[in-house]
Ligand binder design. Structure first.
Ligand code: BEZ
Ligand code: MG
Length: 399
């Protein structure tokens, strides 16, 4: 309203000096957590970048991607973003990590200069005359050139997103509707939507095989959590992006054991959590926390819908994460709290019968798909409750 505050940020100054400092710290913190968990130094980090959290933080997550590669932005004489520059290996003090990024459509639309910046950093790293053991971007690009018969510029493509004008992988929609059999179908869906490679000059080109090949080198996958209000189980887009990408990694490697990490930088000191740690934390503090679900129920129809939404998204991490991404106790407690407790079942069904039924059916789906094995008695009680809730939906019994 003052007429002075007419833009949110200047895209020519992203990532800012602050974002570069913070991005560097996050990059080292991620490497340390991974190595601290007993894994070798990561050759490739597969990273999801969103537009909104980069806008809010002056480009911190994208600066983290650059820092992993050992690159920094280059600014011209008047301080406008002009491209990427490599930090010399001697100064970096560790190998350049290969970074395969999948961008949301929003990032692609809002930060075109930074899309190019990431692509240029990867191309510079791939072309650097450095030993392969100290530069994993180059190591992987040279192998791709040999094995796929492509030039360096193609082999160095590391930035993938949707086709122009398209958004999202839709993996979340597959999960929600249950219209899938094998987990590899989720991977195929992600590749189909997100395989458009963004390079330094050409228009994006669909490169599904190159994307799968790049992701097959992933040592881990990672996404920053953006805010205290929206975690990995609050909205389904983390499943859609990080979960979907993890499915591609698992399918391409033929191995489901690649770690998935989330960076919680909502407090002063950042924290890296594994996917199962994050799901456990959010289950305890949100979905299974009486303070949280009572507040939802107080809202009525929409609150009950939101509870059911959290159940689906939690389940989505079983579908897209590795086995055990959602610990079995989470499913058991969801069943105890929302379905097997007759009074709570009644409250939910009164507030929103579709949501009550959806929760019971999703738990049965989790069992059908092998994510959770309750004992026979519990399973029978769940089935009975689900049938009862369905009868109510169909008006078979008087409510
Ligand atoms: C984004 O800002 O890129 C984004 C926000 C919400 C969901 C997915 C992507
Ligand atoms: Mg403004």
């Amino acid at each position: 309203p003052t007429g002075r505050n007419v833009y949110g940020f200047d895209p020519y100054r992203v990532p800012s000096a602050f974002a570069q400092l913070e991005g560097r710290a996050r990059a080292e913190q991620l490497i340390q957590r991974h190595v601290g968990d007993g894994n070798p130094f990561p050759e490739t980090v597969a990273m999801v970048l969103w537009g909104t959290d980069n806008m809010k933080s002056e480009g911190t997550p994208l600066a983290q991607a650059l820092a992993l590669m050992g690159a920094v932005p280059r600014f011209d004489a008047v301080g406008r973003l002009a491209g990427a520059r490599l930090v010399p290996l001697a100064q970096l003090g560790r190998p350049r990590v290969d970074v395969v990024v999948t961008l949301s459509g929003i990032f692609r639309d809002l930060l075109p200069l930074q899309v190019k910046l990431l692509a240029e950093a990867a191309l510079l790293a791939a072309g650097a005359d450095e030993p392969e053991a100290m530069n994993f971007v180059r190591k992987h690009a040279l192998a791709t050139m040999r094995e796929m018969g492509v030039d360096l510029e193609t082999a160095a493509l590391r930035v993938f997103s949707n086709a122009d004008g398209a958004y999202g992988s839709n993996v979340n929609l597959l999960v929600e509707t249950g219209q899938w059999q094998e987990q590899d179908e989720l991977a195929d869906q992600f590749v189909k939507r997100k395989c458009f490679a963004y390079g330094v000059k050409k228009a994006p080109v669909a490169m599904p095989d190159l994307m799968k090949r790049a992701l097959a080198t992933a040592s881990l996958s990672f996404q920053n959590i953006d805010s205290v209000e929206l975690g990995a189980t609050d909205i389904d887009q983390y499943v859609e992006s990080l979960g979907g990408m993890n499915r591609v990694i698992a399918a391409a490697k033929g191995d489901d054991s690649t770690p998935v990490y989330l960076g919680d930088h909502t407090g002063a000191a950042g924290k890296i959590r594994t996917l199962d740690e994050q799901v456990s934390l959010e289950s305890r503090t949100r979905l299974l926390n009486p303070k949280w679900y009572e507040a939802q129920l107080a809202v009525g129809y929409e609150g009950a819908r939101n509870i059911a939404g959290h159940v689906v998204t939690t389940f989505g991490w079983s579908a897209t994460g590795a086995k055990g991404a959602v610990p079995e106790w989470v499913y058991a407690e969801i069943g105890n709290v929302f379905v097997l407790d007759a009074e709570m079942r009644e409250r939910l069904a009164k507030a929103n019968p579709n949501a009550a039924s959806a929760i019971a059916n999703r738990l049965l789906e989790a069992n059908d798909r092998g994510y959770w094995q309750p004992d026979e008695q519990t399973l029978a009680a769940l089935r009975e409750a689900a049938a009862d809730l369905e009868d109510r939906l169909e008006g078979v019994v008087a409510a």
